[in-house]
Write a protein that binds this ligand. Structure first.
Ligand code: MG
Length: 327
């Protein structure tokens, strides 16, 4: 194999890393690339796909915020990638695999964050991690799919906390996702004046740190120290339990009940109306979605989940809000 990347992996990666030479490959086999491993290729494919660009107009926690400083799905994704790569580098795991999984993990997210997900779940089975897999396997690339490697798809599907990825790199992304959202959602909640740093439970700050920056760093360092030369990737028990408590605190104070979330029920109602509108006559869907080999409810979910916040409002207005007469 002339490709120098394989030598680099062989030389520098830990015995627990997943080396790209061992990939189970793609559904449709392809000629190897001259200078890239299969995981670098997957990363590049995801960065250049349309669903990746749409992440910039999808809600993270605060709906279509007017301030430019709140997280969106895109900046969340970039923060996950940074944290995941920091952990992977510290553990000498495969950074390219980690990067590809990070970029792909939330591609299936609905508009309006988890509120959008709940709207679809009222009608049918919908989970954003399964939808992310569907995006890369079926919907992207003009409904041909992106033909990614097994390990990248496995990491995308299993990125949630209870997932069981087949590589440690997949586990790294799952942890990085949690570290990223806990910290940036606190930061955004402080920005939105829902919280102040001193509202956070003192006993948790004593363990995890007293600012967003301190906590991110401490969590990354804890994962690395606790997982060096081990066949697993995890925080130690004290950190893990403190993180879970901090997450529970966020649910109570930010995710479930806070002033900036008050508009959320409107987003849910709007998406439900759109769902019923398209399901009642499947010919209203764009041609590509109509032609999918899937149940009607799946086609409608695929279309709605693909929308950004702003596009779903645009479509709703177009269909249900009368336009003034123009002459
Ligand atoms: Mg995520």
């Amino acid at each position: 194999m002339d490709n120098i990347q394989y030598e680099i992996e062989e030389k520098y990666l830990s015995p627990y890393a997943f080396k790209s030479i061992n990939t189970k490959g793609r559904v449709r086999p392809q000629e190897p690339s001259l200078y890239r491993t299969e995981f670098i290729r997957d990363r590049d494919r995801i960065i250049h796909c349309k669903s990746f660009r749409r992440l910039k107009h999808k809600t993270q926690v605060f709906l279509s915020p007017e301030s430019d400083h709140y997280r969106t799905r895109l900046t969340h994704t970039l923060e996950v990638m940074q944290i995941a790569r920091s952990i992977a580098r510290g553990l000498r795991l495969n950074e390219d695999l980690v990067e590809a999984i990070s970029y792909g993990h939330d591609l299936g997210h609905t508009p309006f964050g988890h509120a959008g997900e709940r709207a679809l779940q009222d009608f049918t089975h919908f989970e954003h991690n399964e939808q992310s897999l569907r995006v890369v396997e079926v919907l992207e690339n003009d409904f041909l799919g992106m033909n990614l490697t097994y390990e990248v798809k496995d990491g995308i599907l299993n990125h949630r906390q209870n997932g069981n990825p087949s590589t440690l790199e997949g586990k790294v992304v799952s942890l990085a996702d949690r570290i990223a959202y806990i910290n940036h959602d606190i930061d955004d909640a402080i920005r939105a004046q829902v919280l102040t740093e001193s509202d956070l439970p003192r006993e948790l700050s004593e363990i995890l740190g007293h600012s967003v920056h301190e906590r991110i760093n401490n969590m990354i360092v804890n994962v690395i120290n606790n997982s060096k030369d081990k066949p697993y990737v995890k925080m130690d028990e004290q950190f893990d339990s403190a993180c879970s408590k901090l997450r529970a605190f966020l649910f109570e104070r930010v995710y479930n009940d806070s002033e900036p979330k008050k508009e959320e029920h409107k987003a849910v109602e709007m998406l439900k109306i759109l769902y019923q509108y398209f399901l009642s006559d499947i010919n209203r869907l764009p041609q590509g979605y109509r032609a999918l080999n899937a149940a009607d409810c799946q086609k409608v979910c695929d279309y709605i989940a693909s929308m950004t916040d702003s596009y779903s409002i645009f479509i709703f207005n177009n269909i249900f809000v009368p336009k003034g007469w123009q002459y």
